[in-house]
Design a protein around this ligand. Structure first.
Ligand code: HAM
Length: 432
């Protein structure tokens, strides 16, 4: 029978690959604490309508990338392709902004998009998602961006570019849209098939197309910031000033539009060299109309999501998984029982213990202990058993000593294991 493999675009993260993930998740929690974000864990599955209304019917995500299915009880449900809509739903459903003016929430978890898998692009991928609800001011935009920047740089990611743009608001964006459609319609012949469709449904997405014909038309297109109303201009200037006061000088990119429809005003992305085609390691922006569009209060929001697979590719070092405190090595069958009880005692003291319960030669046991990256090896053979002692070998320094095994229950405190001086020439040099 052929062995089954994982679904295409869905990847195991194996024990030897977990190092960067532990680092990344630890740093995410550390920054969330420093910036006052509380953790939320929305469900993986939401009603399809949430994403259609939240992200936008005419976005690539909703049109062709969602894992959608019939719910057995009726209705359509979707594996979340992103976290913002679900978190916004939770904020509304639980009345989180009824008892407080603002809410800062973060989430670490998997997202699902049916995209063509390639380096840095999966069908199940993970994000750190940070959102501030209820705060309209430019300071919160700058705070969110600086959290993201600290997250990436404190982890050691290099060759990063922070790009920002303003996408205007429902007041000024229609003017831009009109001018853009006029410009794109005049150059319609050079647009790709997708963009001809976008021209009617979502013309701003044409600015994001990589096709050379679309790209050159985008470069000569009207610029969103030139159409921004005085309020949007003031907001954007405030964001840039606040960022500058933190030493952050982003690149202004008037073609940056993002792939989700809920954005208004600030939009930003962090691009990383060395990632190839999928070079956006994080993106976000302001979504002041989202809560209202989902049937909630007319309150603003701002946030970002960082792609953790892409970030893991950028990290300079992959720390080795830490080894156990002790490796237990029985050299004869009679030693297995006492060492098994010793393992229970040490684990009860909070120490990590591994063992191979098959008795074997000292040399092969020490080799295994070394391979497991253990700190110390506890060796029990017939001689030690007879003397009621266990040999303690420090695998980092090579030092050895003997500890009493007289009273296994209760056992001496682990620190006491170093107490007795080493003896027995055959054990002292064993395995070296
Ligand atoms: P997004 O730009 O769609 O934004 O995704 C954010 C990040 O997730 C991307 O920059 C990328 O690093 C990662 N990502 C996206 N798709 C994939 C994929 N197929 N494979 C691997 N990584 C991927 C959002 O999701 C918004 N919800 C961000 C946001 C939060 N805006 C406001 N708040």
């Amino acid at each position: 029978m052929p062995a089954l493999a994982a679904v295409r675009g869905f990847k195991d993260i194996l024990p030897h690959e977990i190092g960067p993930w532990t680092l990344i998740e630890g740093k995410a929690r550390d920054l969330a604490r420093r910036f006052g974000f509380l953790e939320i864990r929305p469900p993986v599955l939401e009603r399809t309508e949430l994403f259609a209304r939240g992200i936008g019917e005419s976005t690539d995500i909703v049109e062709k990338e969602m894992y959608t299915m019939d719910d057995r009880g009726g209705g359509r449900v979707t594996l979340r392709p992103e976290a913002t809509a679900g978190i916004a739903r939770a904020v509304i459903e639980h009345g989180i902004l009824q008892t407080r003016k603002t809410a800062r929430l973060f989430f670490l978890g998997p997202m699902f998009r049916y995209e063509r898998p390639q380096k840095g692009r999966l069908r199940q991928f993970h994000q750190l998602d940070c959102e501030i609800f209820g705060d309209p001011g430019p300071w919160s935009d700058a705070e969110v961006i600086s959290l993201l920047w600290s997250f990436l740089t404190e982890l050691g990611a290099q060759d990063l570019t922070l790009a920002v743009n303003t996408l205007g608001c429902p007041k000024c964006r229609p003017l831009f849209r009109e001018a853009l459609v006029e410009h794109l319609s005049a150059g319609r012949a050079s647009l790709c098939e997708d963009c001809i469709r976008r021209l009617e449904r979502n013309p701003m997405r044409v600015l994001d197309c990589k096709n050379p014909g679309c790209r050159s038309l985008a470069l000569s297109a009207p610029r969103i910031p030139d159409f921004a109303c005085p309020e949007c201009r003031a907001h954007f200037a405030g964001v840039l000033e606040a960022l500058s006061s933190l030493g952050l000088e982003p690149v202004l990119d008037p073609l940056l539009v993002r792939g989700l429809d809920y954005y208004a005003r600030t939009a930003f992305e962090v691009l990383a060299g060395g990632l190839g085609a999928q070079n956006a390691v994080a993106g976000g922006g302001r979504y002041d109309g989202l809560l209202a569009a989902l049937g909630g209060p007319d309150l603003p929001g701002i946030g970002f999501a960082a792609g953790l697979e892409r970030l893991a590719l950028l990290l300079p070092e992959r720390p080795a998984a830490p080894g156990p405190d002790f490796w237990l090595a029985p050299l004869c069958p009679e030693a297995v029982g006492p060492l098994f009880r010793l393992a229970g005692f040490l684990r009860g003291k909070g120490l990590s213990v591994l063992a191979d319960w098959e008795p074997g030669s000292l040399k092969s046991r020490l080799k295994k202990a070394d391979k497991a990256n253990a700190s110390k090896c506890l060796v029990l053979g017939a001689d030690e058993l007879q003397g009621g002692r266990v040999l303690v070998r420090d695998l980092k320094t090579g030092e050895q000593s003997l500890a009493s095994l007289a009273d296994l229950s209760p056992l001496p405190a682990p620190a006491g294991l170093d107490a007795a001086p080493a003896a027995g020439p055959e054990l002292r040099g064993g395995g070296a």
